[in-house]
Each structure stands twice: as C-alpha cells, then as structure tokens.
Design a protein around this ligand. Structure first.
Ligand code: PLP
Ligand code: ZN
Length: 460
C-alpha cells in the first residue's frame, strides 16, 4: 500500500523541479518530431485566456474561469486523413488521433468505451417512442462513463510525470480513478461526502487501494477541499471533471454514438450532476461536425433530480448563470450536486444545441430504473435512469417527437447501488425447501403477474 507523504512541502519542491524538467523535455521532443509547435491549447471559457496543455492548471489565472482543451483540428484532420483510425475497434483509443495525448506509450487503459447502443423497442413501445436507444455506459471497466475521462486524464498525468492523483466524488469518479491509478502505479487520494456514497462504489475505491477521506459535508464541500489540497500541494494532480483532459476522454461518447447510429441522433438525453458529461458529449458532436465526419448535431437535453436542479432552474428562467442549491437531496446520489463546476459549459451545450433541461422526481427515477431493467435487461443505477424517467414529460411537452431518434445515456451500472433496490422494492420472500410450499407460493405470484399483464378494460 503506498504511503502518503508526511512532509508535503519538501516533497512538493523536489517533485516540482522534476516536473518542469520533464515538461521541457516533452516539448522539445515533440517539436523535433513534428517540425512544428502543436496548436492544441487550454482556453478559459470565460475570458478566452490561453495556456499550454503541458501546464498543470485547472482554472484561469486571470478570472478563475474553467478551462477547455482546444484541439488543433487541422492537425487532427491531417492525422485522420489516411483513415487508419477506422480499423481500430470501438472504444476510447480508437479516437487517439482526436485526443490531446501526445505520447502513446504513456496511455493507461483498461479497455474503456465501446459500450452498447441498445435499441429499446419494448421500452419505446411503452413510452410511445419509435426510435429509442440506450447507450449503456455501465459496460465500462469500472461500471460507469467516468472511465472514458479517466483513461485520458491518467494518461495525461503520466505524460506530466505525476505520481499522486486526487478527486472528490459522489462515488463513480473515485471508483474509476482508484482503478486507473492502480493500473498506472500512482498514489490515489479520494475525498467523499461521509455516508453519502453507494456501497458498491466505495467498495471499488477501497479494493483498488485508494486513500479515502470521508469529509463531513456534501460533494460540493469535498470538491472545495480538493481544490485547496491541490493549491497547497502542487504535485497532487486533480482529476475531477474540472480537469479538461477528463472531458476530452468523455467526448468519445458522442463519437461512438454517431458511428453506431451512422449519424448523430436527434436528441441526446443525459443526467446532469457536476455537468461535465453533457459538456463533453456536446464537444464531441461539435468536433465531429467541424471535421466533416457528420452533418448534424443532436439537441442536448439535461436531466436533474428535483432536489438538485440548479441547471434546470437556470434554463427555466433562460438565465446565463446558476444559483447553487445549498442542500441538494435525491435518491440518485451520483447527481446529488448543488453547485456544478461545469455549469457554464452545460448551459452552452443546452442553449447552443436548441436543447432542453427538465427535472424528475425520485419516484420517477426509481420507476424508470425498474422499467429499463424489466423491459430491456439494462440495469442502471438511479442517476443513470433519470433520462428514461424524463421521456414521458418530454413527449407530453412536445420537446421530443415520437418518431425522433432519441438516445438516453445510462451512465452507470445498477450493481453500484444495490442497497436502493432492496430498500425500495423489498427483499425476496423466503420459503421452506418444500415443493408444495414453493408451488403454492409460485401459483400466487404467477397469478398476480398474469393479472398485471392483462390488458386493462376499455373505458365505458
Ligand atoms: C452515474 C452517474 N451519472 C451521471 C453523473 C453526472 O455526470 P456529470 O457530473 O458529468 O454531470 C454522474 C457523476 O458522478 C454519475 O456517476
Ligand atoms: Zn479567464
């Protein structure tokens, strides 16, 4: 088990010099190899200030705005020109030419991405949609979409020569970071809101050897602590979705959906917490279009839980900024976030795509979780069920049309949070190991199922 450094200041100085030297070497190596300076850079989404992709920086030094990676799309075009990328199997690294990782030898992968885009006929019929798909991100190595961002984030960390990584998490980020840090041989620290993490996710972080700090507060408090930790200890690399390299990995979700369908869908419906993923998908669709690989982009529809909905609130009053929610509450722990870091990027995605934002109740989330599991065999966690939970309302409000191609992103696997299943739907009944008792029990429940399946009588 790796040990946390006791004297962080001494540790920081020695390692910082080391990092700066490595960065200079990397830059020299690249210029020699390519004959030109890479134009990939980081840009502040608020004031437009630019920074090098080889700087460790998470927020603009001028205005504290968050940063995005601006890819040199001309260079991407050159790289993809020979079409070689199309021969690679579906997954994040099929799109290596579209990503800002220069040293392919530094890539840390567990085979992320390449998740199924499931045509959901039965679910669609129940809801009144002809072309409904679920992109099941629970099929990723640690069971959530976070792996797409983490493989790129950790690979970047390796390029930078980093040894320690940290995140605050509602659970899935910590599970993913812990796994990728283990694979890379890095020290991993995670800050979690105490008592608010689904057991499956906590179990993953423990199993992968992360150093876990349970913070007495909510996710937003834990994230503030992580910012301060990284500010005071420059050698601990922050891998929350404010880190723009995470977003780069997550944009491959849009690439995959476009390729799996042949064209982008009409609508992309996604759960929104810290708001990184919807921003990432929009970036992906936009880049594919700019590169001439697609001709359209979907409307981006963000779904939040009723008790944690700062982005929906802003959208409803057509505002350009959010009012944070002080005490977010929802059964969908993964999106129990009141002050989303990437709110500006998410609002841009929703407004610029002609999209929409809506809330769902906890009951709607749990009903959708069961419906998806029982009509399509897709077992998603509560937060991941929020998009399906919203479809009825979106149809009623004519935000989507029954004939449109709609992709709901089921962001994480249901096994992450099994507690909720037995708590909400009850535990299976125990019966004696006696065939008569079992048949008696079965005949009762099978009759009940038959009654449920009978068409309801026509109204008089
Ligand atoms: C399962 C799941 N769905 C959705 C989200 C929300 O994603 P984002 O924070 O990028 O909006 C999260 C974030 O933790 C998650 O774990
Ligand atoms: Zn700025």
């Amino acid at each position: 088990m790796p040990r946390l450094p006791q004297k962080t200041t001494v540790f920081a100085c020695r390692k910082t010099n080391n990092l700066m030297w490595r960065r200079r070497m990397l830059e020299r190596e690249r210029v020699l190899r390519t004959g030109r300076l890479s134009m990939d850079h980081l840009r502040c989404i608020e004031c437009g200030a630019t920074y090098s992709v080889d700087e460790v920086i998470y927020q603009c030094r001028k205005c504290s705005g968050i940063l995005e990676v601006v890819m040199d799309l001309e260079a991407v075009k050159e790289r993809i020109g020979n079409g070689e990328w199309r021969s690679k199997s579906l997954g994040v690294w099929r799109y290596a030419d579209f990503l800002p990782i220069k040293d392919r030898l530094k890539v840390v992968t567990l085979n992320e991405g390449g998740t199924g885009l499931h045509r959901c006929r039965r679910l669609g019929e129940k809801l009144g949609l002809k072309n409904l798909y679920v992109k099941f991100e629970g099929e990723n190595p640690t069971g959530s979409f976070k792996d797409r961002g983490m493989t790129v984030g950790i690979s970047k960390a390796r390029e930078l020569g980093v040894n320690s990584v940290v995140c605050a998490s509602t659970g899935n980020t910590s599970a993913s970071l812990a796994a990728y840090a283990a694979k890379a041989g890095m020290q991993c620290i995670v800050l979690l809101p105490a008592g608010k993490i689904a057991l499956g996710k906590l179990g993953q972080a423990i199993a992968h050897g992360a150093r876990i700090v349970q913070v007495k507060g909510n996710f937003d408090d834990a994230l503030q602590m992580v910012f301060q930790l990284c500010e005071r200890n420059k050698d601990i690399y922050l891998l929350n979705s404010i880190n723009p390299f995470r977003i780069e990995g997550q944009k491959t979700l849009a690439f995959e959906v476009s390729e799996q369908l042949g064209v982008p869908p009409d609508c992309m419906v996604m759960p929104v917490g810290n708001a990184g993923n919807i921003s990432a998908a929009w970036k992906g669709y936009s880049e594919f279009e700019t590169l001439g690989l697609t001709k359209t982009k979907p409307r981006m529809i963000g779904i939040q839980a009723e008790g944690a909905s700062p982005i929906v609130d802003a959208y409803r009053s057509r505002k350009q900024s959010i009012n944070p929610v002080d005490a977010p509450e929802t059964v969908a722990t993964a999106i129990r976030i009141g002050n989303p870091v990437s709110w500006r990027k998410a609002l841009n995605a929703i407004y610029n795509s002609g999209g929409y934002a809506e809330t769902v109740t906890d009951q709607e989330i749990l009903d959708a979780q069961r419906l998806m599991a029982q009509t399509e065999g897709i077992f998603a966690e509560p937060a991941s069920s929020a998009p399906v939970a919203s479809l009825k309302k979106l149809l009623e409000q004519k935000v989507i049309d029954p004939s449109e191609t709609v992709v709901c992103v089921a962001t994480g696997h249901g096994l992450k949070d099994v507690d909720i299943i037995t708590r909400v739907f009850g535990k299976p009944v125990e019966v004696d190991a006696n065939i008569e008792a079992i048949e008696k029990f079965l005949s009762r429940i099978l009759e009940y199922d038959r009654l449920l399946q009978q068409p309801s009588p026509a109204p008089h």
